[in-house]
Design a protein around this ligand. Sequence first.
Ligand SMILES: NC(=O)c1ccc[n+]([C@@H]2O[C@H](COP(=O)([O-])OP(=O)(O)OC[C@H]3O[C@@H](n4cnc5c(N)ncnc54)[C@H](OP(=O)(O)O)[C@@H]3O)[C@@H](O)[C@H]2O)c1
Length: 315
Amino acid sequence: MNRIESAGTGKRALARPTTLFGLVLVCLVGASLVTAQSAEAQTPARPGLGQRVVLVTGSTGGLGREVARRLASGGAHVIVHGRNRERGMELVAEIESEGIGSARFYRADLASFDQVRDFAEAILRDYDRLDVLINNAGIGSTPNERLLSEDGHELRFQVNYLSGFLLTHMLMPRLLASTPSRIVNVSSLAQRPIDFDDVMIENDFSGGRAYAQSKLAQVLFTIDLAEELEGTGVTATSLHPATYMDTGMVRRAGVRPRTTVAEGADAVMHLVMSDGIENGQFFNGLRPSRANAQAYDGEARARLRRLSEELTGVR
Ligand SMILES: NC(=O)c1ccc[n+]([C@@H]2O[C@H](COP(=O)([O-])OP(=O)(O)OC[C@H]3O[C@@H](n4cnc5c(N)ncnc54)[C@H](OP(=O)(O)O)[C@@H]3O)[C@@H](O)[C@H]2O)c1
């Protein structure tokens, strides 16, 4: 059985006029609530005509959930993703009850490349467009323990970076078919250069190092993507949303939150909605910023790309 579950609603959708989302189009697309176990058993997702489709990974909680809510309130069809089906379905129901946007939940564990591939294939099957991909799902620096993914890779490197690399490449045909489209990679100011002699951190492991390496890898990937996609109409940016937002990740680390999820969501929405954003740029909140020096080292980016292609099978 396919490991990907999906469930959601197709409904009357109002796409509000914004600089990115264009003119208002109202479409009746029928209503359905789908709760089968396998994506194969689902009725197709049905965003309305002119309704933007946005995938937010890790939108069952924290920052991703708030971003998904805001996008749906603006009229988008949101692909809600995470591992926790109950929280995913709660959000779909909330979006449905608001009556503006629409949503559908897909369950996939980013610690498994097979699940990422099944997830991407389900999206390619169910949607003929993808306007925005927000790679937000992630695990923090706790537990301070070296854990491995299903594929045998250092867990944070796979969940926070490699799986986003794989998902983005697999969904590229839909992003290219939906230009102008955007990729937003939710990184962090916690950044540590990748040691190419020990990418899986077999020596001197710490959860903080693993987290910071994976977050910088996302920034290298973003700059690379921006170069690759130049002139196609697909843009890529990355950001540090806000420092110690009040989310599960921060609370699990035993850190006292310093900012709100709303502040981080403002920063993500800025990259999703605003005009004049420079392709490949890293942002600290709402401001263009400079990432760790390794991000601007073309050789390091090429090395990371080759390694990521090898590990994920992307060509
Ligand atoms: N919080 C901060 O202050 C802060 C600061 C800088 C950057 N960030 C970044 O912001 C993003 C969101 O963080 P957050 O604070 O909102 O964290 P969070 O509250 O822990 O939420 C993380 C989300 O990722 C999903 N997720 C985690 N592991 C997954 C896996 N293996 N497969 C699929 N989904 C998975 C979770 O869903 P399930 O539990 O349903 O799987 C959840 O929806 C992360 O990329 C983080 O690095 C956060």
